[in-house]
Design a protein around this ligand. Structure first.
Ligand SMILES: [Zn+2]
Length: 174
């Protein structure tokens, strides 16, 4: 089973509006959700400086419920989309650069309230929502799911991995 991204309708509406507002430049931003939901197999412990969760030592205090299989554990749930400035140089219409300082700040703020950044979104103002070669180069953090908004507003989700992007099942929920 492919790893999934469950996305709230409100977050989807917010990131689509951001994409439209930035047109013809690419819009980019963050997807956030509850920290305990859909923990990937290896995720840094919220609030701790080191240590990884493993199958042998699952997240102890905020167990999402019955133990799920590895594919499902890797699913992501996002109920919030927050914009980042696109720091790519002016005039660059086919690329984006997330604000790394904002990324760290949101990460800290999210951890403090039991949430986490589960993914990144960006728009392709003139093409399909399929990762570009440049996207593949920039996808070094395999714990973050990518959501791309295409020229026609259609969205597709992708998990980066060692062999490139693998499409995720995208489910929009209320
Ligand atoms: Zn792209």
């Amino acid at each position: 089973m492919a790893r999934a991204l469950r996305l709230s309708a409100a977050a989807l509406a917010a990131l689509r509006a951001h994409a439209a507002a930035e047109h013809p430049r690419e819009a980019c931003g963050f997807l956030l959700g509850p920290a305990a939901e859909g923990l990937p197999p290896e995720t840094r412990r919220p609030g701790a400086g080191r240590g990884l969760w493993t199958r042998e030592a699952p997240f102890p205090s905020r167990d999402p419920g019955p133990r799920r299989d590895d594919a499902e554990r890797g699913d992501a749930f996002a109920d919030e989309a927050l914009p980042s400035p696109n720091l790519a140089p002016d005039g660059a219409l086919d690329t984006f650069e997330i604000d790394a300082a904002l990324h760290l700040k949101l990460q800290r703020e999210a951890r403090a309230v039991g949430r986490r950044i589960v993914g990144l979104y960006h728009s392709h103002p003139a093409s399909a929502p399929i990762p570009s070669p440049r996207d593949r180069e920039g996808a070094y953090d395999h714990s973050l799911v990518w959501l791309i908004v295409g020229a026609d507003g259609a969205c597709r989700a992708w998990w980066p991995g060692p062999d490139g992007f693998c499409e995720a099942y995208l489910e929009v929920c209320p």
